[in-house]
Structure formats: C-alpha cells, structure tokens
Write a protein that binds this ligand. Sequence first.
Ligand SMILES: [Zn+2]
Ligand SMILES: [Zn+2]
Length: 99
Amino acid sequence: MAWKCGIDGCGREFEAVEETIVHQTEDHERHECKVCGTIVPDGFFAIRHAFDEHRRAEFMRAYDADSSDVREREDVKEAIESEADLQVVVDRLDENGAL
Ligand SMILES: [Zn+2]
Ligand SMILES: [Zn+2]
C-alpha cells in the first residue's frame, strides 16, 4: 500500500508511512495551529496536535470544519499511528537536522 501526502494537493507517494511523515516535516511549510497558535510540522503532526491537544468542537470552530472533516482526520491519524514507528521518524528527522 502506498502512502500519499495529503497536504494541499501535493500527492507525492511513498512506500513507507515514516517516509511520508519525514517528507511532510521537511518539505512543507510548518503549520500554525488555528486554535492555540503553536507552530507544528504540517501533515500528521498537525493532525495529531489538533486532536491530542484540543477538543473536536474547538477544532471545528477554528478551522470551520464539520464532523466529516473531523472523522477523515481521525481516520488518518489512527491509520498512521497503528502503522508508523514514530521513533524511526524522530531519528530520521534528528539525523537530517530537521528537529
Ligand atoms: Zn507533500
Ligand atoms: Zn493547538
């Protein structure tokens, strides 16, 4: 199964989910959380931040999102968290000096 970068129609595909997250972190602009203003890498880390740190209602209000937007992001987050070895991602970013 190929993983596709879903940021702004980027569409690049990767064989490993870890590579996708490294790509999102290194090749895309950082994202400013609309709820609290924290700067986070776009893509998976932005989604994880939004749902680990904030309530769904806050997310929906700040992003003008509806419940299907929320469900879509929660599905992505779950799929990645069950598949990805985040330590591999962190190690790689560390090696590349991206953290
Ligand atoms: Zn991308
Ligand atoms: Zn936030």
